[in-house]
Design a binder for this molecule. Sequence first.
Ligand SMILES: NC(=O)C1=CN([C@@H]2O[C@H](COP(=O)(O)OP(=O)(O)OC[C@H]3O[C@@H](n4cnc5c(N)ncnc54)[C@H](OP(=O)(O)O)[C@@H]3O)[C@@H](O)[C@H]2O)C=CC1
Ligand SMILES: CC(C)(CO)C(=O)C(=O)O
Length: 304
Amino acid sequence: MHIVVFGAGALGTYVGARLEEAGEDVTFLVREGRAQQIQKNGLYIWSAKGDYEIINPRVITDPNDARDVDLVLISVKGYHLPATLDNLKVLTEKGAYVLPVLNGIEHIETLKIHLGSDSVIGGLSFIMATLNDEGHVIHSSDFHDLIIGELEPTQSTICTKFEEISQKANMHATRSDSISLELWNKYMFINALSGITTATNLPIGPIRANKETFYVAEKVLREMKMLANAYGVQVSEADLETAKTKLWRLSKEATSSMHQDRRKDTTLEVEHLHGGAIRLAEKAGIDLPYTQTIYGIIKPFENG
Ligand SMILES: NC(=O)C1=CN([C@@H]2O[C@H](COP(=O)(O)OP(=O)(O)OC[C@H]3O[C@@H](n4cnc5c(N)ncnc54)[C@H](OP(=O)(O)O)[C@@H]3O)[C@@H](O)[C@H]2O)C=CC1
Ligand SMILES: CC(C)(CO)C(=O)C(=O)O
């Protein structure tokens, strides 16, 4: 299978490298600056699950240079997605399916509108990864989960093929037959975790240690459950409890990628995540007061 990783950042490089390590044909579609950095420093992942270097990575900056693409793994930040749509179209017109692994929900509809519903597979990841100054991936969590699933029945064959190859790779890859529920469960979890860690500028430990602060995260979980339910996705009380348990199980220094971005003084995905939830809530005629407050607190830090 020929896989194009669109955006060789922390998550895309990690998954792309694991697939290449498993013997798959992987091409990285990047912008000029990243292409030069890869040429200078190489493509490495440093991980407790096993370090890996891609020897002679195949890197392109123009989608027209990609031949016979089966699948495009989209791993740009939410705020970069609009600028990728024309290049993605070039790839879907060659017959590729796209598998976005971004956090969030709104991007699924955006991609469907621009590329057609049949082209867009559901996907998400649980991992803590970031790029260091050399552009190498630092994988700091003991989990590295990738979940995929068809959003349309026509995607069954490509999902089966990708399931087979990704399960041979050094990561925990699974296929879900309720990917919309998985996407919303992740959205619920990430809006609580990234919201509370970024707004307080603290990792999860001190947040849990102050019940008044953890209470806010719990309220965000509840609002996100309500939002999912308003969109017909049956996020349940049990799912909410699972998300809460996950927040308790994280190591005390653990934090969200948005909070890591705040620490690095770079752009935050707050508009894509919390802003997206507020837009969806407005359309559904519901209020999300805790999410709205978190959004307001983070907003001044959005542009670094
Ligand atoms: N990191 C993590 O642990 C996790 C991240 N996620 C989600 O995954 C998504 C990606 O996050 P992450 O990997 O951390 O982000 P990064 O910022 O590390 O990577 C994003 C990459 O996208 C590239 N990019 C942006 N626009 C384009 C473009 N037009 N063409 C080609 N490449 C482009 C950027 O390249 P350039 O160098 O040119 O700017 C950058 O390398 C986010 O939605 C995040 O929430 C989900 C789970 C965990
Ligand atoms: C919570 C985590 C680390 C899980 O993958 C994540 O998605 C993020 O911080 O962006």
